[in-house]
Design a protein around this ligand. Structure first.
Ligand code: ATP
Ligand code: MG
Length: 417
């Protein structure tokens, strides 16, 4: 589709000389991009009529939409309005609506309008006035032969409010702007690089109007699909089709769509199956329990947890034998299996989950380097255990273990191997 192209002009000596950092065009660029307007150039000019008029003419030769900030104040150095009037071959006339708003603005602050302030109610004839609810200088929308000039105050919060309330919606209504359809696919248990290889062909076959972004976090990768076009329903259907194709490649790693978190997705599975869980968290120190209980309604499936950090508690509370501890150690498959099975019966849950590992940076042995972690999930039929070989960083290891344990629970509930 055709894009509407825009140019941004900032006016003011203080920006040109570096006394004020131009933050206006940065913010405007982001907001315009969101509604599908393509920025083709940004220009800064000083407070001279010649420079301003030249910038207008150049911008008009390139873009359909010209957005201007600054130079709207009541002082003689503010030249934007007279320049606009001249450029559009018109003159400044009194806008009664602007005068009324200005009078109300001053009265609400217990001040009287003086002659200089009154000049702010004079705008180029034929323009559409854009109200300024936070200041005194109204904005202006001027249009000729399919080209639009929009002038706004330089004061950043006034400009932003005007853009949000009036200008962005008016641009969307005036110009053909694309529709965006986003969908987030949430995966767990597969590294970004492995995922990228698995879906490479699918990614290549995506339609031109659909973009894919990889958004990794600890233990998880979100895939964001963005389709851009004009027909919202058609785009939604296309995205749904692509996602069903994606499922054929990586379905078992997908735990949800949109904003859902892993602990919520697991909670939903537990609720749907009417199952309860209990945890024995050694190296995760309660993090998994915290994640689970951060979800509203978790009391329906979360029985409770034990944090048997000391080996004596692994023995006395969870029946890990002295023999296992001596021959295989606290960080071992035998230990986490026993912990998961025992906490399940101890706390009267359908499923028990256990973690034990060397989070680091101390505690490593020659056979068990930092990052060696065992997790297990036990139900009434089987117990599954996994060895994780993680990183040197303690906090990373703890978080990765929590995600891996929740994923093992998810796999057990969904009968994924
Ligand atoms: P005023 O009525 O306050 O004079 P104005 O439209 O004339 O508004 P300016 O005088 O250009 O605007 O600037 C007002 C304030 O906004 C100044 O503090 C200026 O530094 C700041 N400002 C102007 N342009 C920008 C910009 N592009 N980015 C960030 N701040 C800006
Ligand atoms: Mg000014």
């Amino acid at each position: 589709m055709e894009y509407t192209e825009a140019e941004l002009i900032t006016i003011g000596d203080e920006i040109l000389y570096g006394q004020t950092l131009d933050t206006n065009t940065q913010w405007m660029s982001v907001e315009l991009d969101k509604i599908g307007i393509r920025i083709v150039r940004k220009t800064t000019v000083g407070d001279t009529e010649e420079a301003i008029l030249q910038a207008f003419a150049e911008a008009e030769s390139r873009a359909q939409l010209v957005l201007i900030t600054g130079g709207l104040g009541p002082t003689p150095d503010d030249l934007t309005k007279p320049c606009l009037a001249r450029y559009f071959h018109t003159e400044l006339v009194l806008f009664q609506e602007a005068l009324d708003q200005l009078t109300t603005f001053f009265e609400s602050r217990g001040r009287k309008l003086n002659a200089l302030n009154r000049t702010q109610a004079f705008l180029p004839q034929g323009c559409v006035m854009i109200p300024n609810t936070l200041g005194t200088a109204p904005g202006m929308w001027m249009q000729r032969e399919g080209r639009v000039f929009i002038s706004m105050p330089g004061v950043p919060h006034e400009m932003r409010k005007m853009m949000e309330d009036t200008i962005l919606p008016k641009i969307t209504a005036t110009f053909q702007t694309p529709v965006f359809v986003h969908q987030m696919v949430r995966t767990v248990g597969i590294p970004e690089s492995v995922l990228a290889v698995k879906i490479a062909n699918w990614e290549k076959s995506l339609p031109d109007f659909t973009k894919l972004a990889y958004l990794p976090s600890l233990g998880q990768v979100r895939l964001r699909l963005t389709a851009k076009g004009t027909d919202k329903k058609g785009l939604e259907e296309s995205v749904a089709t692509e996602i069903s194709k994606l499922k054929a490649h990586i379905g078992k790693y997908i735990y949800g769509y949109g904003e859902i978190r892993l602990e919520e997705a697991v909670g939903n599975l537990l609720k749907a199956q009417g199952k309860t869980i209990a945890l024995a968290e050694s190296c995760t120190g309660g993090l998994i329990s915290h994640m689970i209980t951060s979800v509203s309604g978790s009391s329906g499936y979360f029985r409770g947890s034990v944090i048997p950090y000391h080996n004596n508690l692994k023995k006395s509370l969870l029946g890990v034998t002295q023999e296992i501890l001596e021959t295989q150690g606290a960080v071992s498959e035998a230990t986490v299996r026993q912990m998961a099975e025992e906490v399940r019966t101890l706390l009267g849950a359908d499923i028990g989950i256990a973690t034990s590992g060397i989070a680091g940076p101390t505690g490593a042995t020659s056979e068990k380097p930092v990052g060696t972690i065992w997790i297990a999930v036990a139900d009434d039929k089987t117990t599954q255990a996994r060895l994780l070989q993680l990183t040197q960083a303690r906090d990373v290891n703890i978080k990765l273990t929590a995600v891996a344990a929740l994923n093992l629970l998810r796999q057990t509930l969904s009968e994924i191997d």
